[in-house]
Design a protein around this ligand. Structure first.
Ligand code: FNR
Length: 384
């Protein structure tokens, strides 16, 4: 279909579903167990209501903000998601190209299907990226990747440490569709062209499981506050973002660590991994509400980003009103790629960005900094 006939993210997902391989669809679509968290991620937004104010001049509205001190034109960012080339040869570089006109940040997966150098090679001036790390049991491998990322300071502005997947999860759609024979993880291939074709150190062994389990091979399960953060701070000078925080207790610990160790943790991402790790883990919105209730000072100490279940501009605005500084989309970017390569990603961002602006104007908010709890009614999600 022509991309401009696709009017919302569901239609883009439907178009991509028709175009990508069965295996690709199963890997992207899948989530843990019964997909309850995946479903709830989006439902949670449906159950939060907006409180629009009238008689405000909204001829213009501005969605720009700062993330870790860097100016971005939109609070919307791309969450790290593995294997973009399963959907389209444009891959992660295509995602970068698709979002370039929106001035958004892109987080690059540890299991990307292109190297971190290739992904940023044609990046627009000022486009910022982060690199996501799954700490490997062989720490030397992780250290080598961190050293590579450090060589591209104009592009990579943070290291995102994912914590919500210490063991592989049970994703039945993915398992049923089997493994991908030609696994496209290229992220840790050597950067230099002359080394092309050398053995990919990140190639995982075959097994009777899905792509998720195939990718998991080599990931460490022994991470702790005490040991991992000092190790990481020794091997990167970039701001650290902890991804997969799911309780106010852990958000509080992250903020406390940040206060005690300046220059380490600068943000947390409230996420249940798009429902892909632990089924019935809470959607980010619930964790945001917990933090507001029990330890609101976290919002003043570190940036709080969220992801999971975003399908409408109103979802993004609601998260911002509840204290999030940025909002990520995982599958939406991949489905965009599947629907039409980099242009499909561009269309996805065009739709979402348009919806964010419409929502802000309808509510009488001209600026991201104006968004706050006064625009939100949470009665349906906080019944106690
Ligand atoms: C992911 N996600 C993910 N997260 C991460 O930290 N490292 C990774 O390699 C991946 N890989 C990955 C692959 C696929 C196919 C999906 C769908 C997701 C999780 C991702 O960053 C994010 O948390 C969720 O995708 C957000 O939920 P939505 O937007 O997909 O609903």
């Amino acid at each position: 279909p022509r991309l401009d006939t696709l009017l919302n993210l569901d239609e883009i997902e439907a178009a991509a579903t028709k175009q990508v391989s069965k295996k690709c669809w199963a890997y992207y679509f899948s989530a843990a167990d019964d997909l309850y968290s995946k479903t709830l991620n989006n439902l949670a937004y449906r159950n939060i209501l907006l409180r629009p104010r009238v008689f405000v001049d909204v001829t213009r509205a501005d969605t720009s903000t700062t993330l870790l001190g860097h100016r971005v034109s939109t609070p919307l960012y791309v969450s790290p998601a593995a294997m973009a080339r399963l959907a389209h040869p444009d891959g992660e570089a295509g995602i970068a190209r698709g979002i370039s006109r929106f001035g958004a940040m892109q987080l690059v997966s540890h299991n990307a299907s292109m190297t971190p150098e290739q992904i940023v090679a044609d990046a627009a001036p000022g486009q910022i990226f982060g690199w996501q790390l799954y700490v490997q049991t062989n720490r030397a491998k992780s250290e080598a990747m961190l050293a590579r990322i450090a060589k591209m300071p104009e592009h990579y502005k943070c290291v995102v440490l994912t914590l919500d997947a210490p063991v592989p999860s049970k994703r039945e759609h993915d398992e049923r569709a089997g493994i991908e024979a030609r696994l496209l993880i290229e992220s840790s291939k050597p950067p230099a062209a002359e080394e092309k074709g050398k053995n990919n150190s990140n190639n995982k062994p075959d097994s009777n499981s899905g792509v998720g389990q195939q990718l998991f091979f080599g990931t460490a399960a022994d991470l702790t506050w005490e040991t991992t953060l000092p190790w990481l701070a020794k091997h990167t000078s970039l701001p650290i973002v902890l991804k997969g925080i799911q309780t106010h207790e852990d958000a509080y610990l992250a903020a406390q660590y940040a206060r005690r160790h300046p220059g380490t943790i600068r943000a947390v991402i409230l996420s249940n991994h798009g429902g892909r790790s632990l089924d019935t883990a809470p959607p980010a919105v619930h964790t945001l509400l917990e933090i507001r209730k029990y330890c609101p000072e976290v919002f003043d100490t570190i940036e709080v980003w969220v992801d999971g279940g975003v399908r409408r501009g109103t979802d993004v605005v609601k998260a911002l009103c509840l204290g999030a500084k940025a909002v990520g989309v995982g599958r939406a970017a991949l489905w965009g790629l599947g629907a039409g390569g980099w242009k499909g990603v561009e269309r996805t961002f065009e739709i979402l960005q348009g919806e964010i602006l419409t929502c802000m104007k309808m509510m009488g908010a001209k600026d991201i900094s104006e968004l706050g709890p006064r625009f939100i009614n949470t009665r349906m999600v906080e019944r106690d």
